[in-house]
Design a protein around this ligand. Structure first.
Ligand SMILES: Cc1ncc(COP(=O)(O)O)c(C=O)c1O
Length: 419
């Protein structure tokens, strides 16, 4: 009962009212911890949040938060309770309780995303969500899909697979790594569009160099030309503020385990209601209505506890406030770019003002994977080498629990490396 109340209240956004119940269930967070400014450079504020609400690894500095996000402690605790409940109640829970619970959770998630619950599906990750959109899209012979080198490789591979099967042609262009501004990004897409372009893959926040693209502007331009955008917001949801209606993209895939802090194994697909009918199914389904999003979600048994935790992770994320989060992440990123950009051997491959947490760099004449290995081996700083051109790049991703001190240690480690 207590758990159910907790979920319902979190969904209604009544976070303060939730606290006593949550406290009893052992999943509390104290809203006074989140009061005050929480300014991007307020180390004391962010240190308190980090220490109280996250399990911080003592043996390395985690600057690889682009892989997946850590659950906050209250979310982890809620998750473990959900695991125990699903396990204790067994199939009775799955048969009798979970269907209504999951419908309610879908409603809460839809409200968070500011769309109708008839337009979203909870998937297992962003790859699944986007593959349902990519492979279900009603392509016609001769259609072209536009991608660029900063798009996520799995989505590129899905389009390449359709190309191999003769269903589409893929056209790629090179996005400048340091576009001057949003206008320049929109222009690159405009120039690359052809008469045959049917779909543009928009990677909202690049996993390679963190570039944030103006999805709403590109989608509006595309729409005028009768072109659809399939938008990959895997790294956008929770890292930067936006709403699905303002994006104006009819197909959006996201996940909840990067920047929302849900346990691993939850993604979301959004398809605008009017577009569902024309989509074909990736997973067999002949019984759902043609205009029901359920027809796209016939993917078998789902991870109940992961889904049950969604209201908890959304509640904690809301309490943290996406505006505050994104400003803090932007500040941490800017701190290191500001210093390293002046070192001649270092090339920053991310525009500081058009990225949030994620940004990347490379070092002249060095293999980026070697640089990442050095940082971990010698300084216990975890980053990751990413493919980009011939030299690759080192991706650096702080999180809300990253301290200014840790960023300074990273700066010093790179300085040492270049000598
Ligand atoms: C831009 C982008 N899209 C999609 C994905 C895939 O997300 P998931 O692991 O949830 O399938 C990732 C994962 O890193 C990503 O960075």
């Amino acid at each position: 009962m207590e758990r159910k109340k907790f979920i319902q209240q979190a969904g209604a956004g009544v976070i303060a009212a939730m606290l006593p119940i949550a406290a009893k269930a052992g999943t509390c967070f104290d809203d006074s911890d989140f009061g005050g400014e929480g300014a991007p450079d307020d180390e004391a504020y962010w240190k308190k949040i980090a220490r109280k609400y996250y399990h911080l690894p003592g043996d390395y500095i985690n600057l690889e938060n682009g892989y997946y996000g850590l659950m906050a402690k209250p979310v982890e605790e809620a998750f473990l309770n959900h695991v125990k409940r699903a396990n204790a109640e067994g199939p009775k829970f799955a048969r009798k309780t979970f269907p209504a619970l999951s419908a309610d959770i879908r409603k809460q998630l839809a409200a968070f995303l500011q769309v109708s619950d008839e337009e979203i599906l909870i998937t297992r990750n962003a790859t699944e969500a986007l593959n349902i959109a990519i492979q279900g899209y009603p392509f016609k012979p001769g259609d072209e899909v536009l991608i660029n080198q900063l798009d996520y490789f799995s989505m590129v591979e899905s389009f390449r697979m359709l190309e191999k099967r003769g269903r589409i042609a893929v056209k790629t262009f090179d996005m400048p790594l340091l576009p001057a501004d949003e206008d320049a990004i929109v222009d690159e897409y405009r120039k690359a569009i052809s008469e045959k372009t049917r779909v543009i893959l928009l990677t909202h926040v690049s996993n390679i160099n963190g570039l944030i693209i103006p999805v709403a502007r590109i989608a509006a331009m595309a729409k005028q030309k009768g072109i659809d955008c399939i938008t990959d917001s895997a790294h956008a949801l929770g890292q930067i503020p936006f709403s699905l209606p303002e994006l104006g993209s009819d197909f959006v895939g996201m996940n909840l385990h990067k920047w929302i802090g849900n346990p691993l194994g939850a993604g979301v697909l959004y398809v605008r209601k009017e577009r569902i009918r024309e989509m074909s199914m990736l997973f067999g389904d002949v019984n759902s209505a043609e205009d029901s999003i359920s027809k796209l979600g016939h993917f078998g048994t789902t991870p109940f506890p992961v889904i049950m935790t969604i209201p908890d992770s959304l509640a904690f994320h809301k309490q943290m406030d996406v505006e505050k989060i994104s400003k803090r992440l932007h500040y941490l990123k800017s701190t290191w770019i500001q210093v390293l950009k002046d070192i001649p051997a270092v090339e920053i491959v991310s525009p500081a003002d058009q990225t949030c947490a994620i940004a990347s760099f490379r070092i002249r004449d060095k293999k980026s994977s070697d640089v990442a290995d050095y940082l971990f081996r010698e300084h216990q700083i975890l980053t990751v080498g990413r493919a980009l051109g011939t030299q690759g790049c080192v991706r650096v991703t702080p999180a809300v629990f990253t301290s200014g001190k840790e960023v300074q240690k990273f700066i010093e480690a790179v300085k040492k490396y270049v000598g």
